[in-house]
Ligand binder design. Structure first.
Ligand code: PMP
Length: 416
């Protein structure tokens, strides 16, 4: 059985970080939703590949052949990872933001788009124009499904697309993707799922969810930065103008004309991030082999975390929905009387804990739920029960002490 913690790169687990007191402590990374540490297997695969990366597709040399093989093999890995349909295309991008912008540029003209206003900016902002309906996220999942139904009913004739996150990067709550996909189908609409936060925690199946597109980021899936993907229906992508103009996207260029490729290369102009793509593929394979262990690890720690947070005076957890539903290991909260940025700084300086504070690139969601900002704790494979306990203890201590303390370097202690 997989030991989730050992699966992570050992170096990222035992990193000692300095505290304001001058001591050091093992870093507790509770910010996996931003970027997750590299898996040991990913590091090993990248190490092995580094001497061989070269230009893909166009080189005759051995290294180019190896690189092309690795790069194209990863398309199949991604296809399997999201259980794509025959005929779906896999386009490598820099990240989720890039993939969603590519999709936004590739939908037919006059496509009506329906999107909840609490989405991450990457899913909210690429869609512009009069045919975009941003709908307020209702307080229950059932109402969310009806809201999409009503919004689609109000769209004019023509192509339609629903854009939806699989799991909220603010609250960790899962959205009712399957139910919304069924509504989309009834209206002849397509649906794109932003799986940036879902894919690191749950198996995502295009077929089972009956969705048209899925996008994800390698750096949230325990691979390094720089590679992501858009997977889904080929027709719109094949017909769209190339996302980037340049080498690799073309079949033939003459003095007068350009013939663009119709496959995934159409949107992958320029030398691709072969190393990043390989890392992404290996991370996906690791996760796909170990979903049961990943889920169990996360479930245990999330239960521990939420039980601990419930005992912190003045702490209020953020929720998009009033109904209880499935969720991933991401929890945001406010603590009455405490500024989230200050709390995050104290957790780092005094306890060696890394969390995120602010509005999480989902300003509308965070402002609606808090009136301002929040603190976010997100668990992952590298998280231990000790990290969770340290956070809960830290919050209890800080709250017991009061909000106006600062570290007095001369006296070597915290003082009001
Ligand atoms: N969507 C969601 C739900 C996210 O959490 C994020 C990252 N915070 C993104 C999109 C954007 O991902 P990236 O920064 O990798 O493009």
């Amino acid at each position: 059985a997989l030991d989730p913690v050992r699966t992570c790169l050992p170096a990222t687990l035992n990193t000692q970080v300095p505290l304001v007191t001058g001591e050091t402590v093992e870093y507790a990374n509770l910010d996996h939703a931003a970027s997750a540490p590299c898996l040991a297997a990913v590091r090993d695969a990248v190490d092995e590949f580094l001497p061989w990366y070269a230009s893909v597709h166009r080189g005759a040399g051995f290294a180019s052949q190896v690189s092309t093989k690795v790069y194209e093999r990863t398309r199949d890995v991604l296809r399997r990872f999201v259980d794509a349909r025959a005929g779906d295309t896999v386009i490598f991008t820099r990240n989720t933001t890039d993939a969603l912008n590519l999709l936004a540029r590739s939908v037919p003209r006059h496509t009506s788009v329906v999107v909840f206003d609490t989405e991450h900016h990457a899913a909210l902002l690429p869609w512009r124009g009069p045919n975009v309906q941003r709908i307020p996220t209702p307080r229950t999942r059932l109402a969310a499904v009806s809201a999409v139904d009503s919004a689609l009913a109000a769209t004019p004739v023509g192509p339609r697309l629903v854009v939806l996150t699989g799991a909220s990067n603010v609250t960790g709550e899962l959205l009712p993707v399957r139910e919304i996909a069924a509504v989309a189908r009834r209206h002849g609409a397509r649906i794109a799922v932003d799986a940036a936060q879902l894919a690191p925690h749950r198996a995502v199946s295009l077929r089972e969810l009956d969705v048209d597109y899925v996008v994800l980021s390698g750096h949230k899936l325990y691979a390094p930065f720089g590679a992501g993907a858009l997977v889904g229906r080929s027709d719109w992508l094949r017909a769209a103008q190339p996302y980037l103009a340049g080498g690799g996207a073309t079949k033939l260029v003459t003095e007068r004309d350009v013939v663009w490729n119709v496959g995934p290369e159409r949107h992958e102009a320029g030398s691709p991030n072969t190393v990043g793509v390989h890392a992404l593929g290996v991370a996906c394979e690791q996760l796909a082999r170990n979903w049961a262990a990943v889920a169990e690890h996360e479930h245990e720690l999330l239960t521990r975390l939420r039980r601990g947070l419930a005992g912190v005076p003045g702490l209020a957890e953020l929720r998009l929905f009033d109904d209880d539903g499935d969720r991933v290991g991401t929890v945001s909260f406010t603590v009455e009387g405490y500024e989230p940025g200050w709390l995050a700084a104290v957790l780092s300086a005094e306890y060696g804990i890394g969390v995120r504070d602010g509005a999480f690139c989902a300003h509308i969601a965070t402002r609606r739920l808090t009136g301002g900002q929040a603190l976010r704790v997100s668990l992952g494979l590298g998280t231990t029960a000790g990290h969770v306990d340290r956070l809960v203890l830290a919050l209890r201590q800080v709250v017991a002490r009061g909000p106006r303390w600062a570290y007095d370097r001369v006296a070597g202690r915290w003082a009001p």
